[in-house]
Design a binder for this molecule. Structure first.
Ligand code: FAD
Length: 381
């Protein structure tokens, strides 16, 4: 019988492996892909945002899951920065409060981390895909054929169900459901929106809309977003995406720093026969912002720039989302993140049912829950 088995070598699983090994357990990490932490490496492609420079209380309030509080209190914004530094990666805080490693990428951090795990004796089995149960055993598809393991303790860190080509495909849901684990249905989180554009919009694909304010229900965002052939994406959209998913109408204020009366006065001063495009340019709108007004505000007074309705066709697919809502429910877990239905089996990371915005919250919670589950699993005899 092997000792401690971690399934999934993403940020959560590697953290759980580190804690188990620190506690003196013999740890094997089984990973379906040929190399570890592919989503983490992808996250680093656009600037790896590891956490946020924010007081703990406000930081925790950004999660929809108060039950993560004790885990985030032990491994939150301060600890994440120290941990990165411990791996030789200096970090800095950007103007928005987001924290990045100086290298901006995930690869140096991951290299250092894997070296440390290797030095601690953690063993990796790559291309080992957990494929369900075989009685009390854990059945794997491996390059050498099927293998069944019966470890003393297991930590599941299989990720959510988006960007499946990087490994987290949610295939495990029915296997755990069969064993009595409650799993909330997946929903896309931090996702773009689909838009069916008129042909005139094609020349603006790839252009960023900057400085606009997005409003959906109670939520407002001043982030940037990009117009693409498929619709709208980027931080500004992700910030309002949950409210939109839950049914709120989305509108744009393309001149958030200019009061509505001032916009109306400026428009009134323009020559009567002037084209709408010229007027929008004179208001200071970028070509892509004016194109959005022509696309969605046609037939309305130009003051619609202050509350332009976004005519979208719903959220992009689950697989295209940055993260997911849904997963193993809080009620299925003990305080130590052990599955009530499967004693000796723990779970962590994005496979648990919590949701948070982008901006370092996702990685911080994946590490915090991985550490928590690893520590609790290490106590199993
Ligand atoms: C494009 C993009 C950018 C992002 N940017 C950021 C960012 O800047 N900041 C931030 O905080 N978050 C960011 N995220 C989110 C962040 O990457 C994830 O929240 C985090 O990786 C989740 O960690 P995890 O360990 O729970 O799951 P994952 O990283 O998904 O790891 C799960 C692992 O389990 C393996 N696995 C799955 N099924 C099996 C199986 N059956 N058998 C064996 N192994 C299996 C997978 O191959 C994978 O390696 C980004 C995500 C994306 C897609």
């Amino acid at each position: 019988m092997s000792d401690a088995l971690v399934i999934g070598a993403g940020p959560a699983g590697l953290m759980a492996a580190e804690e188990l090994s620190r506690a003196g357990r013999r740890v094997v990490v089984a990973e379906a892909k040929a190399s570890p932490a592919r989503k983490f490496l992808m996250a680093g492609k656009s600037g790896l945002n590891v956490t946020r420079d924010e007081a703990l209380e406000g930081f925790i309030a950004r999660y929809d899951a108060g039950w993560l509080a004790p885990m985030l209190a032990e491994f939150g914004p301060v600890e994440v920065r120290d941990w990165c530094r411990g791996l030789g990666q200096e970090v800095f805080t950007g103007s928005s409060g987001r924290v990045f490693p100086k290298a901006m990428k995930a690869s140096p951090l991951l290299r250092g981390w894997l070296r440390r795990l290797d030095g601690a004796g953690v063993e990796f089995r790559m291309r080992w895909r957990w494929a369900g149960f075989a009685g009390e055993g854990w059945r794997f598809e491996t390059p050498e054929g099927e293998r069944v393991l019966t470890p003393r303790v297991v930590v599941l860190a299989l990720g959510g169900a988006s960007w499946s080509r990087l490994g987290s495909d949610g295939a495990w849901v029915p296997w755990l459901r069969e064993r009595g684990v409650e799993i909330a249905p997946w929903k896309p989180a931090n996702m773009g929106l689909k838009v069916i554009w008129s042909p005139q919009m094609a020349r603006h694909f790839g252009a960023a809309v900057k400085g606009a304010c997005l409003r959906a229900g109670e939520v407002t965002s001043r982030g940037e977003f990009v117009v693409s052939a498929k619709g709208l994406e980027g931080g500004g959209i992700y910030a309002v995406s949950r409210a939109v998913r839950e049914g709120a109408a989305l509108e744009l204020d393309l001149m958030p720093d200019v009061p509505e009366a001032e916009v109306a006065a400026r428009l009134a001063r323009m020559k009567p026969g002037e084209s709408a495009t010229n007027r929008l340019r004179k208001l200071g709108l970028s070509p892509v912002a004016s194109a959005l007004v022509m696309e969605w505000g046609r037939g309305q007074p130009l003051a619609v720039v202050k509350h332009l309705p976004v005519r979208h066709a719903g959220p992009r697919s689950l697989d295209e989302a940055i993260s997911v809502a849904g997963g193993i429910t809080r009620a299925s877990l003990t305080e130590g993140l052990e599955l009530r239905a499967l004693p000796g089996v723990f779970a962590c990371g994005e496979m648990l049912d919590w949701e948070a915005p982008t901006g370092g919250y996702l990685l911080t919670a994946s590490w915090a829950t991985g550490r928590w589950a690893g520590r609790a699993a290490a106590r199993v005899g």
